[in-house]
Design a protein around this ligand. Structure first.
Ligand SMILES: *Cc1c(COP(=O)(O)O)cnc(C)c1O
Length: 246
């Protein structure tokens, strides 16, 4: 993983402008590899997602030229306004709170929805996926810190959501996602890992626990220690977000 792609002509100016992104990416790759070597087995693959909220398309495409193959989008409106400019070499996942009435805009524009936290949302994804002749991969998002401000199903409600969603033919559960509260102890990450392993053992038909999406710029090494295999990185890759621009 993490080899940089061959650079086409004209990349030199971009290298000047976005050189920090390639430096950051190299450092993140090293940190991920070191954490994997320290805590995980040799055959485990850990994917790095670039979280692109507020980031300009040229900069996103530069990150793709450096080897990024997966993008995470939070806001439907923002994604729709930028997506036509993206290099199509990268896949896109929705990672932010998704309103049921917005599913129709992204059903054919993403390869996964990581933020499914209600049966109502799962059913709407299923309805539109069926209509568009596809199966949508999803992760179920757990509100592991029980924070009122965060989306995600409460850990206590997870099993019910799994059994109900597993009935939907055009939705496939691929794993779990969580945003442990900033600065929380490691036990929160460990708890998430335990839930992931428990659900895997439940072996529910139509449910495969392949992905544990956990860890952001400030805590991805901790997340890898506790079983994450998909880290979602924004700030550490692109720099601080400027919301005025976004
Ligand atoms: C913004 C965001 C991230 C990335 O956060 P950083 O701290 O900038 O790396 C990851 N996951 C989700 C769901 C986000 O909204």
């Amino acid at each position: 993983m993490c080899q940089s792609a061959v650079q086409p002509n004209g990349m030199k100016d971009l290298q000047n402008e976005f050189g920090h992104v390639s430096d950051n990416y190299k450092r993140i790759c090293e940190n991920v590899e070191n954490a994997r070597a320290k805590y995980r087995s040799a055959d485990e693959k850990i994917e790095i997602m670039a979280v692109t909220k507020t980031v300009a398309p040229e900069k996103i495409n530069f990150a793709i030229s450096q080897g990024i193959t997966l993008l995470g989008e939070n806001r439907v409106q923002e994604y729709l306004s930028k997506k036509d400019q993206y290099n199509k070499a990268a896949q896109v996942h929705i990672i932010g709170r998704l309103q049921t009435n917005k599913v129709k805009y992204i059903i054919n524009e993403v390869s996964m929805i990581q933020s499914v936290d209600s049966i109502k949302l799962a059913k709407e994804i299923n309805r539109l996926a069926e209509k568009n002749n596809r199966v949508m991969d999803v992760l179920l998002e757990i509100n592991i810190g029980d924070e009122a401000s965060k989306s995600g199903v409460a850990a206590e409600g997870l099993d019910e959501l799994i059994y109900e969603t597993a009935q939907l033919e055009n939705v496939r559960i691929k794993g779990l996602m969580a945003i442990p509260p900033i600065g929380c102890g490691e036990d929160m990450f460990d708890r998430m890992h335990s839930i992931f392993l428990r659900v895997k053992e439940m072996a529910v038909p139509n449910v495969s626990m392949e992905i544990l999406s956990m860890g952001m710029s400030g805590d991805y090494e901790t997340a890898i220690k506790h079983g994450s295999n998909l880290v979602r990185i924004g700030t550490a890759l692109f720099g601080a977000r400027n919301y005025l621009e976004g």
